[in-house]
Design a protein around this ligand. Structure first.
Ligand SMILES: [Zn+2]
Length: 123
């Protein structure tokens, strides 16, 4: 199997986590990796390799009309951004961690993310 094909499969499996509300998910749950397994796979992939996955998903959602109810203000999508930390530790860290040192000299390592959310003023 070509590496590109493996990546495509991994991306699709990884993003299937976001569709857990689908009824068929429960029937196939035993075939889907756990969130920690997916996190371990995705941690080794540079973020720029996921940009095309975002574009692919966005175009499919737009093409199939799922984003139409969210268009507002002249047909635009409004996106709110929220920052969060999804990992923090004073003992465990990696080369990609951000860190902060408090006034007592304690170093806290963390990972953070920006979470975009499509919002609409329409009820
Ligand atoms: Zn880290």
């Amino acid at each position: 199997m070509q590496p590109g094909i493996v990546s495509k499969i991994l991306y699709r499996v990884a993003f299937s986590v976001f569709f857990m509300q689908c009824e068929s998910f429960l029937e196939h749950q035993h075939q889907i990796p756990t969130t920690p397994q997916i996190r371990n796979i995705l941690d080794g992939i540079p973020a720029r390799e996921l940009f095309c996955v975002f574009t692919w998903i966005y175009h499919r959602l737009e093409r199939d009309g799922y984003l139409k109810p969210y268009h507002s203000l002249g047909g635009h999508l409004l996106v709110g951004l929220n920052g969060t930390q999804y990992f923090t530790s004073q003992t465990i860290h990696c080369e990609c961690c951000s860190s902060r040192t408090d006034k007592n000299g304690t170093i806290t390592h963390f990972h953070s993310a920006i979470l975009p959310v499509i919002v609409t003023p329409n009820p």
